[in-house]
Every structure is written in structure tokens, then in C-alpha cells.
Design a protein around this ligand. Sequence first.
Ligand code: SF4
Length: 584
Amino acid sequence: MKNISPSINNSETNPKPSNFIDLQVEKEKIRLEKEAGVYSQKIQHFSAPAEKLFTADQRENTTLLFGGLTWGHEHLVEGAFRGLGYKITAIPTPDVESFQTGKEYGNNGQCNPTYFTVGNLVKYLQDLEKKGMSKKEIVEKYVFVTPGACGPCRFGMYEAEYRLALRNSGFDGFRVILFQQTGGLNQSEMEAGLVMNMDFSLAVLNAFNMGDMFNGVGYQIRPYEVNKGETDKILQKNLDLMHDVMKEKKGYETTGVVEKFLSSIGVNNTVNHIGKFLDQLYGKHYIDGLNTVRDNFNEIEVDRFRVKPVVKVTGEFWAQLTEGDGNYNMFRFLEEENAEVLVEPIGTWIQYIMWQYKSSIRDRKAASNEEFSLPFWRLDKKLQSSIEYWTKVSKMTVAEKIFTSEYTKLQNAIGGTLHHLADQYELQRLGHPYYNTASGGGEGHLEVAKNIYYSSKNLAHMVLSLKPFGCMPSTQSDGAQAAVVEQYKDMIFLPVETSGEGEINAHSRVQMALGSARIKAKEEFSSALIKTGKNLDSMRSFVDACPELKTPMYKVPTTKGVIGTAANFVFHVSDLMDKKMANA
Ligand code: SF4
């Protein structure tokens, strides 16, 4: 019998054995193959089909499409890209129809976000066609920009899924640009349409960070607004304002004689990079914008005596972020059910990527063959390896610190009422006993760690984890959460699987869990009133006489062990009343 299988003795696909053991293994493998009648064959690796390029000369007539974030993040990204000279449009939030479209044109067995996001792009292009554009025009005038990865979960398949669905729906040749791919464009032959330089990176990071601020503040104010709908109105006004601030932002560039001189001595690019970096650290452009945003928000009147359970939403990256059918419109549903939602910032994810980088180089160093095979007297090599390792670690540590301090700076500029980002090393410490932190993919150990973090640090009455149907990492987390819940008896944790259907069932499960969270919040509020020895009416009268206490950006200090906004407010107002009495 002739059996054809790939083998490691293929010299074109595998390196030559480099030491004695490898050689013996190789010989043995060949012997066993012969014995079994198996013959090796040259492996034909898959290579992605050639993509039509997006080049600089097409920029003026080409619109970049993107999506998958919240409306706030997307609007700010639009502003940032417009400021960089691109035509850009965020495609609308995916709905059930997008999901169905994704299923119709995509592969079977994908995770739920793949169907929603892929289907959403196809649906948008089909809408353009319905409005009168031909397929050829659409393919020529639009490109889709999306982050890409090589896995380990289905995220690595997104690019292939986009291409397949586009081909199946008749948009063959439509360009999908992955962030890491554009670097492959040969800049010496032609200038890339999407230039990933320092201005690009800073603009995207700032837009993401400020999107987090808007998102967080919106969910913080809305449950307590006195006049219904006011928060959304001001939120929209502020987003438009900040969109324009981002659009007007000019990256630092030397000009005129200075530029000519610096170019002549070959340091102009370096000076520009330093200038951009310093401008990011010390510039006031965004800070001034966010201060105005804060003042606008302060026009909203809030009533913090409303007792509401705080619900922290975690889960898979896309499912916990999207504000539509992709998670059963869960945020608005929670608010309608009288809860205060604590949304997950993208900043945590960015910090997680940095943490992963450091963690992986530590692991690699520990397992490095080279480290063990070096003879003890090769101190020079050992020193060199140590220097390389510490250089990488130090660079990333500095990057982490800068990111955190920039993030906090923006939080303070918008009022300082938002929670600081959860510390990644604390999350690692909390999550590792239940979920191996070396295991990547999706949110990795974060789903488990965030549940423990927000519950045990008294930051939320309940944690709701939104997990897409078919998500491999979330399924693993579910198993680990059983052990977590067993250990932390007081925690109210609810995992909800999101798919295109089943909204009523999911909402009713959330309602049931919210019942317990509401009781917790009410007990906490009553206990706060008892401890302060004051009644609610006297407190309300005091607050009525201090309009500042009714503004949303007023920073209410938290009392140790107290979670709810209303209970914390009771303690604070009581302190203010006592101080006033003492000074009278
Ligand atoms: S984390 Fe889960 S839902 Fe998200 S891309 Fe990976 S497999 Fe899909």
C-alpha cells in the first residue's frame, strides 16, 4: 500500500538536523516510514491569494470602511483618520440581519462575532449597491480595514472569512486590509495607501482611549439623569466636538529652514519623532477638548440617591463591547432594568497585549535551548543574552507606564470619575490559580480574573459575562468559573451565551440574577442610612442647597467596602453635613 503523508525529511520545508539527537530522530523516522510503506511528499503550503493593493494615489478617491467598536470609539476614530487625510466611514453596528448574511455567505462552524462582523460588511456593500453603485465601483472605491491576528482562536480566520464571504456575495476582489499586512507593501515601489507611521499609531491610540472615556462616562451618568434623554443628547454633542478636535490635530513636523537644515544633516525624521512624542506627553490639544466635554456633561442634573445595582460587563472582546443585537442590546436592557452598567474599556485589552509580550519573552527565556546549551565559561554570550532580554523587558515596562499615565491623564481631563484600569499583574495573580495565564486566545485568563477582581474588590454587585456562541476561549473560561464561584460564595456571576437568536431567554436569565443584585444594593443603601444616623429627606434638602452635588462630574469619594453609587453618596453627604454642622 502506498500512503502519502508529509514528513519531516523534506529538506525544503524543514531545517536540517542540527545536532546528534535530531539526526538520530530523523534516521529513525525514515526507517519507520520505510517499514510502514509511507512515502514523503513535498508539502504544498497554502499561500494567500494576491490582493489588489491600496496605494497612495488612490487615497483621494477611496473610502476606508471599518467597524466592530462602539459608536463613540468609531466616531473618534473617524475624526482621527480624517485629520490624517483619509476618507473614512464606520459601518453601522451589526444587527440580526448582518448575522444572517454572515451565515449565508460564510463558512459553517464559525464563532458568533465572525458571522456578525463579516455579514455586516457584506450587508453594507449590498446596501451601497441598492443605492445605485455598481459592484465594480464599490470594489474600486472602498477598502475595509481591520485588525488581524494569526490566532490562536478563530480571530486568526477573520481575514479568510471576509474574503470568502465577499467572493460568495459577488464582491470578489474587494480589498480587506489587515493592520499587520500593509507593512508588506513594498514602499520602494509604491507608496502604501494606509501609512502606519507614528501619527497613525498615536491617532488610533488616542481615539481608542478617549472612546473609552466617553463610553464609561455615558454609562455612569445615564442611570441617574433627572431629565430622560439628556445624557445621550450631550454625549452626541461632545462626541462631535471631540471628533473635530481630533480632526484638527496636526502631528508635530519641522518646516521651512529648520526642516531643510535638519534634513541636510540627516536627523529630521528623528527630530520629528521626538517632537511628536513630546507633544503627546505634554501637549494640551486633547486636554482642552476634554475639559470642555466635562463642562458640557456638567449641565446634566443627576440624582445619586437612586438605588441601583452596579453590573460589571465582561466576556469576549467584541461581545462585551458591541451595542446592538450582537449581545442582545444588553447595555440598554440592563439600564431599563434599573442597573448601572460598568463597561469594559479597550484600554484593558491594550494593556493585556503589552502584558502578554512581556510574559512571553520571560517564558521564552526560561525555556530557551540556547541558555541551557551554553557552556558555563561563555560568560560573554550569557551576558549578551541577558542584555537583550532586559532591553526588551525594560522597553515594554516603559511603554506600559507611559500608556497608563496617558490614560489616567485623559480620565482626569474628563472629570476623574472613572475607575482606573485594572492592573494586569493583579489580574494575573488573581486569575492564574484557575486559568493558566500562559494560555492565550480571546480574553485568555482575563474573563476569570476580572470576575474575581470586580467582585472581591467591591466594585460591582454582579458580574455579567457575555460569551459568543462557538467561542473557544470563553468556553474554557466557563469551566474555570465553576471553581471560582465555588470559592467566592458571595459573588453574583452570570455567564450568558450570545448568538443571533435567544434574546428573550437571555434577558430573562439576566433579570433573575439582577433580582439578587438589587437586594444587595438595597441592603447596602439601608445600612448606609442606619450607619450615618440621618434620614433621606434631610440629605435631599442638603443636596438641593448644593447644586454642585447634582452635577455628574462631581467626584464622590468611595467608602471602603461600599459598592453602590447611592450608598457611597449617602456616606459622603453625611460627612459634608457633619462638617457644616461643626463649622456652624
Ligand atoms: S475570542 Fe472567541 S468569539 Fe472572539 S474571535 Fe476568538 S473564538 Fe471568536
